[in-house]
Each structure stands twice: as C-alpha cells, then as structure tokens.
Design a protein around this ligand. Sequence first.
Ligand code: LHQ
Length: 265
Amino acid sequence: MTDSWDGLQTLKFSIKDHVASVVLCRPEKLNAFNDLMHDELFLVLNHIADQSDIRCVLLTGEGRGFCAGQDLGTRTGHESMDLGDKLEQGYNKNLRILKSIHAPVVCAVNGVAAGAGANIALNCDVVIAKQSAQFIQAFSSIGLIPDCNGTWLLPKLIGLARAKAITMLGTPITAEQAESWGMIYQAVADEDFNSVVNDMVATLANRPTRALSFIKNIMDESFRNDYGVHLDRERDVQRVCGLSHDFSEGVSAFLEKRKPEFKGH
Ligand code: LHQ
C-alpha cells in the first residue's frame, strides 16, 4: 500500500492480508458515480489487476447505500449527451478490468443498489447483501435500459420472466428476494453483515487463488460454449490445476489430516 491512495476523493482503497478493499465513498449521494469516481475506480482496479499477490477483492459502499448508479445531477440528463460514450468511458471500461482481475471479487451490498449500482454488484463473483438492502433496476423509470450488462446477467441469474418484469417496472427487490431468486449469493441480517463479510473475504483469500480464478472464468465461459467444447475446456484447465502447488498441497493436507496452506499459485 502506498501513500498515493490517500488523495482519492470518491473511494477508499486499502490492501491488507492479501485482500484489496474498495469502498465507494460519496455517502451524501448514496455513492452515485460521477466522472471522478469512474476515473478513481479505473486507477484502483488497474492497480489490483497488476498485483499477483492480491487473493480477494472486496467492493462495498460507505454509509447507508451501496451505490445509486449514475449521479443524475451531473448533466446526465442533457439531451445532447451521448450516453453510449458515457458508458464506454466510465462503466464499461471499469467492468472490463473488473472481469480481468484474477482474484475472486466479493461485493458487500451494504444498502440500496440502484441502476448501474445494482448491476455493478451483479458483475462481482460473490454478492452478499444486508437484509435491509434493496436492488432497484431504476433505469426504465428515467427512460433508459439496464446497462453494466444487466440485460446479459439478469436473464441468466433470475430467468427472463422476472428479469423483464423487474426492469420494466423498476420494482425494488429485497435482499431476501434476491437471494431466493438466485440473483445474489446471500442476504445477511444487518447486525451480522460485517462479520459475515470479513469471514468470507478472509476465507477466500486463503483458498487456492489460481483455481478460483479458473473457476470464475470457466463458469462465465459456460454461457458461450456448447457441451462438448466445455468438456474440453474443463479438461485443459484441470490439467493446469493438476500441476499447481496448491493441488499438491491440498492433497497432502488431506492425507496428513491437517489444514492446507495454499499459496494461491
Ligand atoms: C442521488 C442519486 C443519483 C444523484 C440518490 N444521483 N443524487 C445513466 C446515465 C448515464 C450514463 C450511463 O448510465 C446510467 C446508468 C444509471 O445508473 S441510470 C439510474 C440512475 N439512478 C437512479 O435512477 C436512482 C436514483 N435514486 C433513487 O431512486 C433513490 O435515491 C434511491 C431509491 C436509490 C434511494 O432512495 P432514498 O433511500 O429515499 O434516498 P434519497 O432519494 O433521499 O437519496 C438520498 C440523497 O442521495 C438525496 O440527496 P439529498 O440532497 O436530497 O439528500 C438524493 O438526491 C441523492 N441521490 N441517488 N443517482
């Protein structure tokens, strides 16, 4: 960790025990994105993507919200603005880096996640939400379609019927509903949220990072591959895992009835 991160104005960023924590930090606006937040997130995500010793990433928000999507007060509604450019220069650029990060990314949804904020969360590998949090596909309420690949993710996560209805209606979805629909991994009682999140990231940071990296990529690939191609991909990736330190350590630890000490490679 270098002091240079102290200058961030819209995020807090730290690395400790192989966990990189990114906290969206404009709480007075429910952590809505402005241009500076896009730029600072780009810097931070690039740094994370370059660090091979990071073994888990935590994304969360400061205050009572996770993220209310795009800051609608920053000329966003101006009729001559090209929202395609806006997406490409902000969200899409950041999501591409987020996807390239080898370590598992946990999103801890600490409060309302609306618009792009909801879909940024769904792009992460494991999503845990406070029971009091809500997910709102707020886009159609201002005449837009879901972005941040919401239209790609939602039908896969919750099925076409629910995906179309909640995006057309802008219905707030509770964390429990999101969990029961398979939209997120877990809804957690508010009072237990911090400890569950901390345990989750610490656990992931001590698991075989390289294998976890393969798992996230190959599961995403499964949506593009047909059955036979995917069997071949698993064979090839398993071949690489079989040559790793962590495989040998995992098997030795099992046979010696001890806890494995994975190194992440
Ligand atoms: C906000 C925002 C916000 C500014 C709350 N902006 N101030 C769009 C366009 C361009 C390019 C590409 O991508 C996109 C993607 C998108 O993200 S579109 C969707 C944008 N987001 C929304 O439409 C959500 C707007 N927010 C809300 O509907 C509500 O604030 C929610 C439901 C999130 C929370 O409601 P409450 O808990 O009742 O809080 P609140 O509404 O009172 O908000 C608290 C403050 O945060 C308030 O400021 P104030 O000064 O009055 O206390 C809000 O104005 C501000 N805020 N979201 N997106």
